[in-house]
Write a protein that binds this ligand. Structure first.
Ligand code: PLP
Length: 385
């Protein structure tokens, strides 16, 4: 049996989303901008999906702009606000050190164009403190972008408190909710944010489709220009099949969220506790609460994370060494480094992220295999103590 414990990298597509995509691919090929029947049929598909996605995050459908995924939504938020705010003289952007590369790399690009960028530190548990934001923000701050849940350790940030501080200083607040949407309840009004990114493939929808939620009245310039699609905010003929799949996945996620989050938290907690109790030299990275229910990040003393990942893959178990983008390299995790963990712990940690298909039997199988895999690696590398 192959076991997939890497749902923060991506998820298998839900059957309802597959059906929705297939239905559109085979039956609704029209261009949603066309006025005739075929176009209107495609437009109706998009409207329904927009409502479903908006409902998942407590938003108005008209505030949803479909994008090609989380990366584009993050780019849209950062570059779009930077451009729109430039004439106001505000030239300062704030994010955290543990953001996804979609944010960090975009900020580097903006810094090269003269924007001042401040990255807020996190504490040893991976959390950004409101006080850190309070001391970094000033009247020149255009945008604050802090992720809702971290992709590597799953910790959930105090977004409502952070957004309140930004609002008081007249800055726009964006949150990357790619790893929280569909896993924990999200209500954009309660969070008090202005912009929020989500991506379908992290909650059983297709890849290459996501959205930026834009609170009505927020100043954001378009970064993709052309036709008047998406209320003139994102040009390009809509990817109607993917949008339909996104909508279906959002509906399923909303319906299953209460029971599935309880089930996954119980599975994850059992897995985590058992590892800590039965394998010496292990520790959980990041705060255990608040955290998305499916994620744990565990460090294994005297082990190289890449070797553990490969050994587990040979046993039929898929985990990750952190973000999918940095796996395959021996780069220590920037998230664990930002938490102040010593170098060896930034290189001996794996992320286990559970999801819909995972069962008690799979967790049992994992727990049965794990001690021997770890012992063997510690022996082979001569680092057994
Ligand atoms: N933001 C976070 C926190 C992520 O985990 C990811 C994907 O790993 C992204 C953004 C990028 O999303 P996408 O893969 O849809 O471009």
């Amino acid at each position: 049996m192959r076991i997939y414990f890497d749902h923060n990298a991506t998820t298998p597509v839900d059957s309802a989303a597959v059906e929705a995509v297939t239905r559109v691919l085979t039956g609704s090929f029209g261009n949603a901008s066309s006025v005739h029947h075929f176009g209107q049929q495609a437009k109706a598909v998009i409207d329904d999906a927009r409502t479903a996605v908006a409902t998942l995050i407590g938003a108005e459908p008209s505030e949803i702009v479909f994008t090609s995924g989380g990366t584009e939504a993050d780019n849209f938020a950062l570059r779009g606000v930077a451009e729109a705010m430039e004439p106001t003289g505000r030239k300062h952007l704030i994010a955290s050190t543990i953001e996804h590369e979609a944010i960090l790399t975009t900020l580097k690009a903006l810094a090269r164009r003269g924007w001042k960028v401040t990255l807020l530190p996190v504490d040893a548990t991976g959390v950004v403190s409101p006080d850190a934001l309070r001391s970094a923000i000033d009247d020149s701050t255009a945008l604050v972008s802090i992720m809702h849940a971290n992709n590597e350790i799953g910790t959930v940030q105090p977004i409502a408190a952070l957004a309140r501080i930004a609002r008081e200083r007249g800055a726009v607040f964006h949150t990357d909710a790619v790893q929280s949407a569909g896993k924990i309840p999200i209500d954009v009004r309660t969070l008090g944010v202005d912009l929020l990114s989500i991506s379908a493939h992290k909650f059983y929808g297709p890849k290459g489709i996501g959205a930026l939620w834009i609170r009505r009245g927020t100043r954001v310039a378009s970064i993709l220009t052309g036709g008047k699609h998406e209320r003139n905010r994102r040009a390009g003929t809509e990817n109607v099949p993917a949008i339909a799949g996104f909508g279906a996945a959002a509906q399923v996620a909303l319906k299953k969220l209460p029971s599935e989050s309880r089930r996954l938290a119980a599975l994850r907690d059992r897995l985590e506790t058992s590892i800590l109790e039965n394998i010496r030299g292990t520790a959980v990275n990041g705060t255990r609460d608040p955290r998305v229910p499916n994620t744990t990040n565990i460090s294994f003393e005297n082990i190289e994370a890449e070797s553990l990942l490969i050994a587990l893959d040979l046993e039929g178990i898929a985990v990750s060494t952190g973000s999918a983008c940095s796996s395959g390299t021996l780069e220590p995790s920037h998230v664990l480094r930002a938490m102040g963990l010593p170098t060896h712990r930034t290189q001996n940690s794996i992320r286990i992220s559970l999801g819909a298909g995972n069962t008690d039997a799979e967790v049992d199988e994992f727990l049965r295999k794990m001690p021997a895999v770890v012992e063997k690696l510690r022996t082979v590398t001569g680092m057994r103590r």
